[in-house]
Design a binder for this molecule. Structure first.
Ligand code: MN
Length: 209
């Protein structure tokens, strides 16, 4: 079998992402150019769309697998957060912040709320060894996050059938778990620009003039 060209793989995976957007109107990246290098990354974007939510994205095989988490992540292992699997995003998206025009898909302001690198915890288990893409297909993703705000083990569990998009996101019990911390409210700023979502919105409006 001939070796697949990674950029071809990207294009197919990003079909849905690209179809939903008009890149003449939105400043979001078209994507498909950047490939994985070094440690895999994760990002959490705070997105003030019609409903405020947090987009959790994990780099898996040259795309960002994505989940929308309405309440955002919790550092308390007893808190389960609903996470809705959404379309794969390009790797370039991990650095995107700004305002998506109101009439466009996902219209509203985005900031990079947290991000960093991650480790696949299932790859380290003798009895439950899975790659990230196998873990995703399997409906159980276990990662160790090394973010600015979030650290430690987190698990994503698909709650329904294989093509169901409903998952749960929760903190694992480890030294990084902390039921008293509430970073979603106590640490609202972007890790890239140090702006809150309101400040970013104002900055983008002022830029438009
Ligand atoms: Mn979103």
């Amino acid at each position: 079998m001939s070796k697949k060209n990674p950029s071809d793989i990207d294009k197919n995976k990003l079909n849905e992402y690209q179809k939903k957007r008009d890149f003449k109107k939105t400043t979001e990246p078209g994507g498909g150019k950047k490939q994985s290098s070094g440690k895999p990354r994760f990002v959490i974007q705070k997105h003030d769309a019609s409903n405020l939510h947090y987009d959790f994205r994990l780099e898996i095989d040259d795309v960002l697998k994505s989940w929308a988490i309405p309440k955002g992540p919790s550092t308390d292992p007893s808190e389960k957060r609903m996470a809705v699997n959404t379309e794969d995003h390009p790797l370039e998206y991990a650095d995107f912040e700004g305002t998506i025009p109101e009439d466009e898909y996902g219209g509203g302001t985005v900031i990079v709320w947290d991000g960093g690198t991650y480790r696949n915890l299932r790859a380290e288990k003798e009895d439950d060894k899975k790659t990230m893409s196998e873990s995703f297909d399997d409906g159980k993703v276990e990662v160790w996050l090394e973010g600015k705000k979030l650290k430690g083990g987190y698990v994503l569990i698909r709650t329904g059938k294989k093509d169901d998009n409903k998952w749960l996101f929760k903190k694992m019990k480890d030294d990084e778990a902390d039921a008293r911390r509430n970073p979603v409210s106590s640490e609202p700023k972007s890790i890239l620009s140090d702006l809150t979502i309101k400040e970013m919105e104002k900055k983008m409006k002022d830029k438009e003039g």
